[in-house]
Write a protein of this length. Structure first.
Length: 362
């Protein structure tokens, strides 16, 4: 069997680790085909040697080894007991998530045997570097998660100093924001406080540590959702454990009378929670305002362009969101951004409002 024939076998046409199509690298010790990015993790770790399927010579014995193993068999072995709450990264995710997923599978062999997962814990504590709400400087803080209390608390140094902040698991969300934060292990935590969304930015120097925190908090969220919505299937709950913003970026917006000047704001679209949040700056601790995005059946519509007689200030690629209460008008810097925002908003509006959506809007 030739190398091209191997790549046509079931499962081998996608990267074994992130799902990217047409992987062109072979991980020789594991016997899987991976993409260029994931091959770099295999190469620098103890997992083993990699070879290009196009540029390197593959000996007959190696071809037979790859034929006996392959992506499907590797998934059956190395992913046999992945907990439902554990986040499986895709090609679009940041490097630290993909690297720790690969190391967890092949180096630490975390999912080969059953039993309690290392992330399924009743409590966890450790130090993370947290961005100050007012001065923007990162300082070391002690974070303590308690399953029984349903909280994640952080302290200046230790418990004796009293908690500086309390994040309820009920409204907690965590997502990697490496690019926005300018740190390869950057994590954004959000929670609801007095009707607003609080953003807390943290990182840890060690990639395994920050990804462990991420999945421990996903475990806590998964347990909370199962208890809160006992009739809902795990498959439906998994997208709501944690989520990344569907679309982010700058737009300009006018006010409710549509006579106010357009002002530049940073927008985050949280599709799962059906919220469009806007900020003066991308890493502000609280949003300036938010728009709930309902469904088309409940009177919500998103339109290309402006209402009659209205023009933008600097940008002319307009978007109008019509709700039962009012119209919201935005402008995008260019047509490409406008099309992406229109599609993202229309996808939310096309989705019926679920029991979880209704609960989130209370």
């Amino acid at each position: 069997m030739s190398v091209p024939d191997l790549l046509q076998l079931p499962g081998n046409s996608q990267c074994a680790d992130c799902g990217q199509k047409d992987p062109l690298w072979a991980s020789c010790n594991v016997g899987v085909f991976v993409c260029l990015d994931c091959s770099g993790v295999h190469r620098i770790s103890s997992i083993g040697k990699v070879k290009s399927t196009q540029l390197d010579y593959m000996e007959h014995d190696l071809i037979q080894f790859m034929q006996r193993h392959g992506n499907v068999r590797a998934r059956e072995e190395y992913e046999a007991f992945v907990p439902p709450f554990y986040y499986r990264p895709t090609e679009k995710d940041c490097r630290v998530l993909r690297e720790q997923w690969i190391r967890a599978k092949y180096e630490r062999r975390e999912f080969v045997h059953g039993g309690r997962s290392r992330y399924s814990v009743d409590g966890r504590e450790g130090f993370l570097w947290k961005k100050g709400r007012d001065n923007g400087q990162y300082v070391k803080r002690l974070f303590i998660f308690s399953e029984s209390e349903g909280t994640l608390k952080y302290y200046t140094r230790d418990r004796r100093s009293g908690a500086k902040g309390v994040i309820p698991i009920q409204s907690l969300n965590v997502m990697f924001q490496c690019e926005k934060m300018g740190h390869e292990h950057g994590l954004e935590m959000t929670c609801e406080q007095d009707g607003r969304t609080r953003s807390i930015y943290v990182y840890h120097e060690d990639g395994e540590e920050i990804v462990t925190w991420y999945n421990v908090l996903r475990f806590a969220r998964f347990n909370y959702l199962k208890k809160t919505f006992p009739e809902t299937s795990e498959l439906e709950l998994i997208p709501r454990i944690t989520r990344s913003y569907t679309k982010c970026g700058y737009m300009e917006k006018t006010g409710p009378t549509q006579r106010e000047p357009f002002k530049k704001r940073w927008f985050n679209l949280d599709s799962e929670e059906r919220k469009l949040l806007y900020y003066k700056k991308p890493m502000d601790p609280y949003e300036t305002g938010q728009v709930f995005i309902g469904s088309g059946a409940s009177g919500f519509h998103v339109l290309e362009g402006f209402p009659n007689g209205l023009r933008g200030n600097r940008w002319e690629a307009g978007i109008t969101i019509r709700t039962p209460q009012r119209e919201y008008v935005f402008t995008c810097e260019n047509i490409k951004e406008q099309k992406e925002w229109l599609q993202a908003l229309r996808d939310v509006i096309a989705r019926p409002i679920s029991t979880q959506d209704a609960a989130a809007d209370l």
